[in-house]
Design a protein around this ligand. Structure first.
Ligand code: FAQ
Length: 320
């Protein structure tokens, strides 16, 4: 941060002035403990979501309907792994260790996004995830490119570029199905019917129940409330659904001239809370698969550590 404040200013006053001036807080700057804890919580949850989020789509890699679709899907799933890596690195700048974060994910002490606890039943789900889930992710994440914490904001710039490509591939996949045979159209519609409401839940609880939004917005970690972003997403999706020739499964959805937004029906927050409590359709399966992947990958981490140690010793000997 570069803000000029009097020499006598407390670290807290320097921090507050930097946030007020829209400057970035960097890892070595003083920051309140609660600001650091909030960032670790959010960035870790975000990183966990990226790597758990590889599972639902990876389910379809072996059954993609063409080589082109398979190559695209493999690249997308690999991108999600990359996003996880940028985000774990961003979290590490706050003084936490990646192993510790993974341990918290595996033991259920840290969350990942509710959306990845739903199953991918048909090929059309790959399109619905791209269009709706990546679409919701971008709506939520573009403002995070202006987050007050530098490493998180910078990671988000690249992630958002890749997510918009993901969103477009999902839209293109659904369009192909929607314009295909009657059975393909029905499969696309069924996927949208199942993914619509869980996508709206991705933005988090309603504003009046959001425990962290007020403080996170004051610190400029979050720039908009959960409900504002959810509304923005609905407004974007309605015309896109029309162009796709698909309907959104909400009879209450209609344009409100006065508000300048689409009204939409009530969200089933009981379902959301159940998923957060670990009782969604795939919670147990997702965590079990993640733990197994971690254990099966132990030899790779051990080999990488041994290789790095060997090189460090070789460098020391060269210098001696
Ligand atoms: N799922 O007070 P708030 C992706 C929790 S995109 C689970 O409103 P906050 C890309 C929240 O943690 C998905 N938990 O919380 C991709 C808190 O619990 P805690 C990931 C949720 O933090 C696409 C409690 O409820 N994106 O991965 C959810 O201010 C395709 C109270 O909530 C991000 O993480 C939820 N949906 O706002 C990958 C974006 N919502 O911690 C693969 C960054 C809320 O007190 C394939 N994160 N909770 O125990 C954020 O913007 C925020 O953290 C929110 C929640 C907006 C998610």
């Amino acid at each position: 941060m570069t803000t000029t404040v009097p020499h006598t200013a407390t670290p807290e006053a320097v921090f507050d002035a930097a946030v007020a001036a829209d400057e970035r807080i960097e890892p070595r700057d003083w920051m309140p403990d609660a600001y650091r804890a909030t960032l670790v919580r959010q960035i870790a949850q975000h990183a966990h979501s990226e790597i758990i989020g590889m599972q639902p789509e990876a389910n379809w890699i072996t059954r993609a309907p063409s080589l082109r679709r398979k190559a695209i899907l493999m690249a997308k799933v690999q991108d999600e792994a990359g996003h996880g890596l940028y985000l774990y690195s961003a979290a590490e700048t706050l003084g936490v260790d990646r192993e510790e974060l993974l341990d918290k994910l595996h033991s259920g002490r840290q969350r990942y996004s509710s959306i990845f606890n739903y199953p991918t039943l048909t090929w059309a789900d790959v399109g619905a995830i791209g269009w709706l889930v990546d679409g919701a992710a971008i709506t939520n994440q573009v403002p995070l490119c202006r987050c007050s914490y530098g490493p998180y904001a910078r990671a988000m710039v690249r992630i958002c570029k890749e997510e918009s490509f993901h969103q477009r591939q999902g839209y293109e996949l659904l369009l192909a199905l929607s314009r295909g045979t009657e059975a393909q159209h029905a499969m696309a519609q069924d996927a949208v019917n199942r993914w619509w409401w869980p996508s709206l839940m991705m933005f988090g609880p309603p504003d009046e129940q959001s425990a962290h939004s007020g403080q996170s917005m004051a610190w400029k970690i979050k720039r908009h409330s959960n409900d504002e972003l959810r509304q923005r997403f609905v407004d974007i999706c309605v015309p896109q659904a029309e162009s796709l020739g698909l309907t959104l499964p909400d009879p209450a959805l209609r344009w409100n001239e006065e508000r300048g937004h689409y009204d939409f029906g009530p969200i089933d927050w009981d379902e959301f809370n159940e998923v957060l409590r670990g009782n969604g359709p795939c919670n147990a399966e997702r965590l079990a698969q993640r733990r197994a992947a971690h254990e099966n990958g132990a030899w790779v981490r051990d080999a990488a550590t041994a290789y790095a140690a060997k090189h460090a010793t070789a460098h020391q000997e060269d210098r001696a």
